[in-house]
Design a protein around this ligand. Structure first.
Ligand code: GUN
Ligand code: FE
Length: 421
C-alpha cells in the first residue's frame, strides 16, 4: 500500500531565491515520500485519505544545517570573546579530546541530536572528533532522533595538541575502517570524510582521505579560507598555491559532493574553482562574527552561481536554530554592504530563507522546497505568539517575522523523509 501524507495549512516555500511562494489554506500531498503538489482544493483522487489539518499554522520545508560540530555542543555559548585560533586551542581541542569516552559522548551527543531536532533541523552535515568509535555512536543517535545527513570522523595529524593528534597512517586506517563499517548501515545518516582543515592535516592525510572519498563515493566536509591566521599557515606550508581551494583541489577534495564551511576570504581564482567543481559553501554568519573571522561575500558567490547553504557551526555559533542563521545572514550582509561603500548588495529575506532550506537541501537530494518530485521534509510553525490578534499580516510577512523571532517553541510539527518525526 502506498503511504499518502496530506498536510493542510498555510504553505510557504522558495523554489527560487527571488521570492516566497505561498498558498493559504492549501494541501500539500506526498505519496511514498514523493511530493505530488500543492493544491488549493484537494484533488478527487485523494478523497478518503486522512488529512492532517494544521489549522492556521505555517507549513515550510525542513531546515538544513550544512556545518555543525556535535562535540562542541558541550560548551555552546561559552568562550565567545576569543578569536578563532585561540578559541580552538582553549575550548575546542580539550573538549573534543573527552569524546574518546563513550559514556561522556553518549550524554552530549544525545543532547546535541535532540537540540537539532527540536530546532527544526531536518538534516545536517556534522563534525564529530578523531574517534571513530564514538562517531559511530553519534550516527546511531542522530538516526534514532531522525536527524538525517552526513557525519564525519575528523582527521587531524599535525599542528594539534598531543592529546588530540593522530598518527598519520592510523588516521587513514581508522577512516577506512569506519567507512567500511558505516557506509550503508543507516537509512538517514551516512558517513562523510572530514579532514578538520588544512593546518591540522598533513599532505599524506589530505591525499589519503581524498582517495577514500572517491573509493567509497562519500562526501567531503571541511573548512575553507575562514581566517587570516589559518590562511597564513596554509600559504606557508604550500607556497606554490595562493589559496586554500587550490590545495584542497590538488588532493581531489573539491567535487559536487563537497561542503566547505565559511569561504570568508576567497580570491578570484578560488571563487571560480569552487564554482566549477560544484562545491557547496556552508555560510555560518553567527560563527563568523563570534570568532571574529570576517564577513564572507555571499552575494558575490550567488551571482557567480556558487551553491550556498547555511550552518550553525556550533559552537562558533551558540544557537542550533537555523532561523537565527537566516536572520543573521541578512544582518551580516548589511554590515558588508556598509563596509564595501555600499557596493556589495545585501541579502533579502527570501534569499536567506532559500539558503537555509533549498540552498542546503539540494546537497542531500531533491530537498528543500515543495516542488513536485521532491522528498518531503517539512516543519509546522505556530506563530501565534509572535503577533497580536489585530495584526493582519500576509503569509510572507508572517514568515519574515518567524525568521527573526521564532524559536523551537514555535515548531509544533516536523516531517523527515515523508514521515512524522
Ligand atoms: N577550523 C578548524 N576547526 C574549526 C572549528 O572547530 N570551528 C571553526 N569555526 N573553525 C574551525
Ligand atoms: Fe566549524
Amino acid at each position: 500500500m502506498k503511504k499518502v501524507v496530506i498536510l493542510k495549512g498555510n504553505i510557504v516555500h522558495t523554489p527560487e531565491p527571488k521570492g516566497f511562494q505561498c498558498v493559504k489554506n492549501g494541501y500539500l500531498v506526498a505519496v511514498d515520500n514523493e511530493i505530488q503538489g500543492i493544491y488549493q482544493e484537494l484533488p478527487k483522487e485523494y478523497g478518503g485519505q486522512p488529512v492532517t489539518d494544521w489549522g492556521d499554522a505555517l507549513i515550510m520545508p525542513g531546515m538544513y544545517d550544512m556545518h555543525v560540530h556535535a562535540p562542541q555542543y558541550v560548551y555552546r555559548g561559552l568562550g565567545l570573546d576569543m578569536q578563532l585560533m585561540d578559541w580552538l586551542n582553549t575550548y575546542a581541542f580539550p573538549t573534543e579530546a573527552r569524546f574518546k569516552d563513550p559514556e561522556y559522548a553518549k550524554v552530549y551527543y544525545r543532547a546535541f541530536a535532540q537540540a537539532l531536532k527540536k530546532n527544526g533541523t531536518a538534516r545536517a552535515v556534522v563534525f564529530s572528533t578523531i574517534h571513530w568509535e564514538t562517531t559511530e555512536l553519534l550516527m546511531d543517535i542522530l538516526e534514532e532522533e531522525k536527524v538525517g545527513g552526513f557525519a564525519g570522523k575528523i582527521n587531524m595529524d599535525t599542528l594539534s595538541p598531543d592529546f588530540l593528534c593522530e598518527d598519520t597512517e592510523q588516521s587513514i586506517k581508522d577512516t577506512r575502517h569506519w567507512l567500511e563499517r558505516n557506509i550503508n548501515k543507516r537509512k538517514l545518516v551516512k558517513p562523510a570524510v572530514t579532514p578538520r582543515f588544512i593546518p591540522t592535516c598533513t599532505a599524506e592525510v589530505l591525499k589519503g582521505v581524498g582517495e577514500l572519498a572517491k573509493e567509497f563515493g562519500v562526501p567531503v566536509h571541511s573548512h575553507i579560507s575562514e581566517d587570516i591566521g589559518e590562511m597564513e599557515i596554509v600559504r606557508g606550508r604550500y607556497p606554490e598555491y595562493d589559496n586554500d581551494g587550490a590545495v584542497y583541489d590538488h588532493f581531489g577534495l573539491l567535487t559536487d559532493h563537497t561542503v566547505m564551511a565559511h569561504f570568508i576570504y576567497p580570491n578570484e581564482q578560488e571563487l571560480k574553482l569552487v564554482r566549477d567543481r560544484g562545491v557547496t559553501i556552508a555560510h555560518c554568519p553567527q560563527s563568523n562574527g563570534n570568532v571574529a573571522a570576517g564577513i564572507p561575500p555571499i552575494r558575490r558567490m550567488l551571482e557567480m552561481g556558487i551553491k550556498v547553504g547555511l550552518g550553525s557551526d556550533i559552537a562558533g555559533g551558540y544557537s542550533p536554530c537555523l532561523f537565527r542563521a537566516m536572520s543573521e545572514a541578512v544582518y551580516l550582509s548589511k554590515l558588508r554592504w556598509l563596509q564595501s561603500g555600499k557596493e556589495d548588495d545585501f541579502l533579502t529575506i527570501p534569499e536567506a530563507f532559500y539558503l537555509g532550506t533549498k540552498g542546503g537541501g539540494q546537497f542531500f537530494g531533491k530537498l528543500g522546497s515543495f516542488e513536485a518530485g521532491n522528498e518531503l521534509d517539512a516543519l509546522v510553525i505556530d506563530d501565534g505568539s509572535l503577533s497580536v490578534e489585530l495584526d493582519e499580516l500576509t503569509l510572507e510577512q508572517r514568515m519574515e517575522r518567524v525568521i527573526h523571532l521564532a524559536d523551537d517553541r514555535n515548531i509544533i510539527g516536523r516531517y523527515v523523509a515523508g514521515e512524522k518525526a
